[in-house]
Design a protein around this ligand. Structure first.
Ligand code: ADE
Length: 245
């Protein structure tokens, strides 16, 4: 997979892409990530990428020409027939795991980091395939949102993570995770639940499932509507709801 990130602040993303899992994915050849400076696609002395909004109002708008030229150049150079152009913006579709899985199947992503008050509407209309928001809050620009998106997509690239990590995740897809513990078994008088020390894998699985259900009911009951629940899960949830009332 190739990911091109078009930004006027490439420095913001240099750090995140040089550490940990993203670095490993790059080093192992699962993905090529290019930070593309939008100013490289300007032709004037000041390398101007933004301008005042027609009609007046506060702030600056990213100009169409450098963005069109950048995306067209990146598409030509990659030669991929499967490019998706994504604009990171708080007005976009809310980013979810489902979308991350969809993106992980593409061979080429071009991420455009929005800035200032916005992006010329012609970019949205005829250059971008999808607009994505990472949540209902406003960042100063799309760079950190792009880092979030890249991180979540990379871990899903086929063969990159251990099968087991993803299998566990898809099993508990729309449930929150159960609690995790590691050594020591007692810390400041707080004990690890004895079932986890029992070596009984059947019991451990059942305990974890129940903990996931309980946590989801307490924190994100909305997720239970989408969850794939077995009859014993439903029974346990009924029990918990009775205890709550
Ligand atoms: N740019 C500014 N805020 C954003 C958000 N919440 N998601 C994606 N891009 C953004």
């Amino acid at each position: 997979m190739q990911i091109d990130v078009v930004t006027i602040f490439p420095g913001i993303l240099e750090g995140p892409f040089k550490e940990s899992m993203i670095k490993r994915a790059v080093d192992q050849g699962f993905v090529e990530i290019n930070l593309v400076d939008l100013r490289d696609y300007t032709h004037d002395h000041h390398r101007q990428v933004d301008d005042y909004p027609y009609g007046g109002g506060y702030g600056m708008v990213l100009k169409p020409e450098p963005l069109f030229e950048a995306v067209e150049d990146l598409k030509t150079r990659s030669g991929s027939k499967d490019t998706w152009v994504i604009l990171l913006t708080p007005q976009g579709d809310r980013f979810e795991q489902r979308r991350a899985r969809e993106l992980a199947e593409k061979s080429h992503l071009i991420l455009i980091c929005g800035r200032y008050e916005g992006v010329d509407e012609r970019v949205r209309r005829s250059l971008v395939d999808v607009e994505i928001s990472i949540g209902d809050f406003v960042l100063t620009g799309g760079e950190l949102a792009a880092a979030v998106l890249v991180d979540s997509v990379i871990r899903l690239l086929p063969g990159f993570l251990a099968e087991q990590a993803l299998a566990d995740e898809s099993f508990t897809e729309s449930l929150l995770e159960y609690p995790h513990y590691t050594r020591p078994s007692v810390y400041r008088e707080m004990e690890v639940p004895s079932v986890l020390l029992s070596g009984n894998h059947g019991e451990i699985s059942r305990w974890r499932r129940k903990q996931s259900l309980k946590r989801t009911l307490e924190r994100r009951p909305d997720l239970l509507e989408k969850a794939d629940l077995a009859p014993e899960d439903e029974e346990y949830l009924q029990e918990l709801k009775k205890q709550q009332s």
